[in-house]
Design a protein around this ligand. Structure first.
Ligand code: ADP
Ligand code: MG
Length: 248
């Protein structure tokens, strides 16, 4: 067996598939560029590490289940003036995520709540965190079916393992008492260990009526708001202002 075959076998045994894939190129470069021995080893390891980071990023981005690519760089702060670029730039540093703070984006439809939540979520994924995007409606469905469906249990497991949960569209549908209780239990379960971004069209004073129970609402908000930053957003709907019509 020649030396290159031996190296290939070792790389297989050590699961260093990226070095294995690039071995001819790495060896070629070594001949043409004449790196020092440490530099050559560094180049090999870098090939493996970079490829693994890319793969993990791709998987985490897919697992986050973002409904669309709401990038922060595309956000127009001139249109939405109740949130400043400076605030978002500070949030991009993710200190709040490390400290399990929650963010609440509150306001009428179409003003960029979900866009900002996704934007921060994408940023978190880029920085190595696990993120899970879910609407309240979907969350309630999986909480209600967890005893019957393995699929729901799996999703809950993923949610609990995330660093950041984006809970979207809170307040759009009516929530019954059983659902309110399940939501409360879920939020209590992740309290102080997982960050939650909530987007909602309902002011806190309206929560008791859509959750149908004042006691549960108080307990839920108590946990959600304890360590949180609340963004009271106002303004016109971006959708309506930038409406596309069939007739130009
Ligand atoms: P909501 O507040 O109802 O969650 P979205 O965040 O989903 O609204 O925004 C609705 C649409 O308008 C999305 O396509 C989003 O990208 C766009 N949008 C809203 N606000 C802005 C903004 N300030 N700059 C750029 N795009 C925006
Ligand atoms: Mg939304």
């Amino acid at each position: 067996m020649n030396i290159q075959d031996k190296i290939t076998n070792y790389l297989t045994e050590l699961h260093l598939s990226e070095i294995k894939k690039s071995l001819p190129e790495l060896l070629n470069q070594a001949v043409t560029k004449q790196p020092s021995y440490p530099e050559f080893i560094k180049n090999c390891l870098e090939t493996e590490v970079n490829a693994r980071h890319q793969k993990s990023l791709k998987i985490r981005m897919k697992q986050a289940r973002f409904p669309y690519q709401g990038l922060l760089k595309d956000f127009d702060y001139g249109f939405q003036t109740s949130v400043s670029k400076r605030q978002i730039e500070t949030l991009k540093e993710m200190h709040w995520l490390k400290d399990a703070y929650n963010l609440i984006f509150l306001g009428p439809p179409g003003i960029g709540k979900t866009h900002l939540a996704i934007g921060l979520g994408i940023e978190a994924v880029n920085q190595g965190y696990h993120v899970y995007f879910i609407t309240l409606d979907e969350l309630l469905t999986i909480l209600k079916t967890q005893n019957m469906l393995q699929r729901s249990r799996q999703k809950i497991k993923r949610l609990l393992a995330a660093d950041l949960i984006i809970l979207d569209e809170v307040g759009y549908g009516e929530v019954n008492k059983v659902e309110a209780n399940l939501l409360f239990q879920f939020i209590s379960g992740v309290y102080e260990s997982v960050s939650v971004i909530v987007t909602t069209n309902k002011g806190f004073d309206e929560w008791p009526s859509f959750l149908g129970d004042a006691v549960i609402t108080t307990a839920l908000l108590d946990r959600l708001v304890h360590k949180s930053e609340i963004f009271n957003m106002t303004g016109d709907s971006y959708r309506l202002q930038h409406r596309n019509t069939i007739f130009k």
